[in-house]
Design a protein around this ligand. Structure first.
Ligand SMILES: [Ca+2]
Ligand SMILES: [Ca+2]
Ligand SMILES: [Ca+2]
Length: 299
């Protein structure tokens, strides 16, 4: 523990009330479809709240995604309120949610970040995001805010502390030590938007609206005190597979989901020239069958 930075020691051993809570592990961490929602269930005992590991103010339980032809719906189940956790030592006076990042590139987070190819949603108005308002952003770069929110130096440190106190760290659909995220180094958890271009608004969804949309975290025993939801126009993001992830501003818990968006109905239909280009591509690759099939479709 001597290797921990001073502010981490301060955070871990000060303030929080220790509660005796019995925590049951989720059965599976794999993404699961139910009622049109794709769920990623996190460890129920990897939230760090002062000396308490599991079940405290920072415990994340799950995240779920649903889509229609033109709208994406996101729901988060956790113990952290949208107002954040009051802490006078933290930037803006509270430790809040970081931003929700979407990576369609197939690259790891840092590579996508370096290429400016990340998308992100700022949904917590009181967090430390560098963009002015809530909404959907493209061409995003990410920054670290654990340093200014009494947080962890890196993920390896977080994982070690959770495990040392009997918790089981996970990151939703990813293992806690998945190389998708940088694990070591100094202040390497990139959990907040540094720069981005606003491409859409978000609409808040109440728990009642989410229930009416078929959301049911309780079926996975995910019973955090807060269920936060919002929607946005899918045309603000690409279609295809992505990894989306969310950290607390202190990295006291984190969750990621692997999912995909179907093409938005608002996306333009490809021009004929695009189809001809595709045909030329197939021809060069010698995929005769595909070529003949597509020719017959357009003739
Ligand atoms: Ca958790
Ligand atoms: Ca903050
Ligand atoms: Ca987690």
């Amino acid at each position: 523990m001597n290797s921990l930075p001073k502010n981490t020691i301060y955070w871990i051993y000060s303030a929080a009330v220790v509660c005796a809570v019995t925590v049951h592990q989720p059965k599976a961490a794999a993404a699961t479809l139910s009622n049109g929602w794709n769920y990623a269930i996190d460890s129920f005992n990897d939230g760090v709240t002062g000396p308490q590991i599991g079940g405290g103010e920072f415990e994340f339980y799950g995240i779920a995604v649903k889509e229609t032809s033109d709208t994406a719906f996101i729901a988060i189940n956790s113990n952290l309120s949208l107002a954040g956790y009051g802490d006078t030592a933290a930037q803006r006076g509270n430790i809040n949610y970081g931003d929700l990042f979407f990576n369609f590139s197939g690259q790891n987070f840092n590579t996508a970040n370096a290429n400016g190819s990340l998308f992100a949603v700022r949904f917590a108005e009181g967090n430390d995001s560098s963009v002015a308002t809530t909404g959907v952003y493209s061409n995003v770069t990410a920054k670290n805010v654990t340093q200014t929110n009494s947080g962890f130096l890196n993920l390896a440190q977080y994982n070690a502390i959770v495990a040392s106190q009997g918790g089981t760290p996970s990151t939703g659909d990813l293992a806690a030590n998945d190389p998708y995220f940088e694990q070591t180094g100094k202040w390497t958890v990139l959990n907040s938007i540094a720069t981005g271009t606003k491409v859409g608004e978000i609409n808040s969804l109440t728990p009642a609206t989410l229930s009416a949309l078929g959301l049911n975290f309780a079926q996975f025993n995910a019973r955090g005190s807060q269920t936060i939801g919002f929607s946005f126009d899918k045309s603000a993001m690409p279609s295809g597979s992505y990894i989306a992830n969310l950290f607390a501003e202190c990295a006291n818990d984190a969750i990621a989901i692997k999912s995909s968006f179907e093409k938005s109905s608002a996306e333009p239909v490809p021009e004929p020239s695009t189809w001809l280009g595709t045909l030329a591509g197939f021809s060069i690759l010698g995929i005769g069958a595909a070529k003949r099939k597509m020719k017959s479709q357009i003739s």
